[in-house]
Design a protein around this ligand. Structure first.
Ligand SMILES: Cc1cc2nc3c(=O)[nH]c(=O)nc-3n(C[C@H](O)[C@H](O)[C@H](O)COP(=O)(O)O)c2cc1C
Length: 388
């Protein structure tokens, strides 16, 4: 599965500038994005043309192909991982073949697979990125962006609207009013009871159904595409009473933690920071939950399906909202972030990236007494009108 993109890059050449030219050189070239490779792969025009004539599904002998294409080019494509060897001759080829097998085994739709693989972050530090951004220009972020689109698109004039009835305030309204993304966590450990309750209400199975021979479905408090509940909860615990700091998988039927690795407090804190791309306010939560899609479970039914990847992302959104509401009900705060270093999360939990992929990180805990980091509470449902 390969997408070939035309890219224009601008290079600065000091020698040219000193020679009287602009010093700016624009370069146009082809880049391959493959579902089994993390890196972008530069290609030349002959390689692009050759790839279009090579079968993605049938093995061909190298000697046979060499009659139609220059051998050196075929070897270059093998070295780049865009041709896969059935009998890999070296370690790099073996790794390309293994990664390609992993993608094929999961029944990915090509475009979705490439989008997933190449939207993962490794070692991104959002605090550092913000600092560089502010140094690069005297303008503030909002000045650079200009005004946003209207908050509400209006599809008819005001007089033509059909007014609806507002319901009498209910406990659900009260709960939803108090749902505010929490960026200020108390440093004390979270109680075991609150921890267990929010996990159960977010991820726990309320019933198990043997739907058909070999097909077991779970009933949860959230909807899920195909009823497959392919999104798993992988936890990084820092401060929960009675739970050693470490990495865990939540078992939704047993409602139990499966310990994966114990961590000392310093390592847990450092991993927490890396998972959420250095957003210190989320690293300060007592625990993080990586929402990890087991693609193979969803794609078992939705094979090579144009909607399947969207569907698993939607599943993660439902889980996050359930966590917000379950936490809010217990007067806790919750968060979700999509700004995550997927590669670090995969490595920590030992996940093969195209088989099991982190989509977001969420978490919850007791709110701090004081609001140090900004939260969005314009109706003052959580924080008083005088705090930030
Ligand atoms: C998909 C998604 C991704 C988000 N990513 C981030 C993030 O990277 N950093 C952050 O501070 N908040 C993140 N948030 C939280 C939003 O900033 C927050 O929901 C928004 O400001 C509205 O505030 P509220 O949730 O309190 O209503 C994310 C929320 C969603 C739904």
């Amino acid at each position: 599965m390969v997408l070939i993109e035309s890219r224009e890059t601008v290079e600065f050449d000091l020698a040219e500038l000193l020679g009287g030219a602009t010093g700016v050189r624009e370069r146009l070239g082809w880049v391959a994005l493959a579902a089994h490779c993390d890196q972008d792969i530069p290609l030349d025009a002959t390689e692009v043309a050759a790839l279009g004539g090579l079968s993605p599904g049938h093995w061909r002998s190298l000697d046979g192909l060499s009659q139609r294409h220059p051998r050196a080019m075929l070897e270059a494509l093998l070295a780049k991982g865009l041709l896969i060897a059935q009998e890999p001759a070296d370690e790099a080829s073996r790794r390309f073949a293994q990664a390609d097998d992993a993608v094929r085994a999961v029944h990915w739709r090509g475009l979705s697979a490439i989008a997933h693989r190449h939207s993962r972050w490794r070692d991104v530090d959002t605090e550092e990125a913000e600092r560089l951004f502010s140094e690069a220009s005297p303008q503030t972020f909002l000045e650079r962006l200009g005004p946003a689109l209207l908050a509400v698109p209006e599809c008819a004039p005001a007089f033509a609207r059909l007014p609806l009835e507002k319901p009498a305030p209910s406990p659900l309204d009260a709960l939803m009013d108090r749902r505010v993304t929490c960026r200020n966590y108390d440093p004390a450990p979270l109680s075991f009871a609150a921890f267990s309750a929010v996990l159960y209400r977010t991820f726990g199975a309320r019933a198990v159904s043997d739907y058909a021979p070999g097909v077991q479905l779970l009933k949860k408090g959230v909807p899920s595409a195909g009823g497959l509940h392919a999104v798993e909860a992988y936890l990084l615990v820092q401060r929960v009473e009675g739970v050693p700091a470490g990495l865990y998988h939540y078992h939704p039927v047993a409602h139990a933690l499966e310990p994966l690795r114990e961590l000392d407090a310093e390592t847990a804190a450092s991993l927490a920071r890396r998972f959420v791309a250095a957003q210190a306010y989320y690293a300060g939560a007592p625990l993080q939950v990586a929402l990890v899609s087991r693609f193979e479970r969803n794609f078992w039914k939705y094979r090579n399906h144009a909607k399947a990847y969207r569907a698993v992302i939607l599943d993660a959104g439902h889980l996050s909202q359930a966590m917000y509401l379950a936490a809010t009900e217990l007067n806790l705060g919750a968060f979700i972030t999509a700004a995550i270093n997927e590669v670090e999360i995969e490595q920590a939990f030992g996940l093969e990236p195209m088989t099991e992929g982190p989509l977001a990180v969420c978490g919850f805990g007791v709110r701090a007494q004081e609001r140090v980091t900004v939260e969005f509470d314009p109706a003052h449902k959580v924080w008083g009108a005088t705090t930030k």
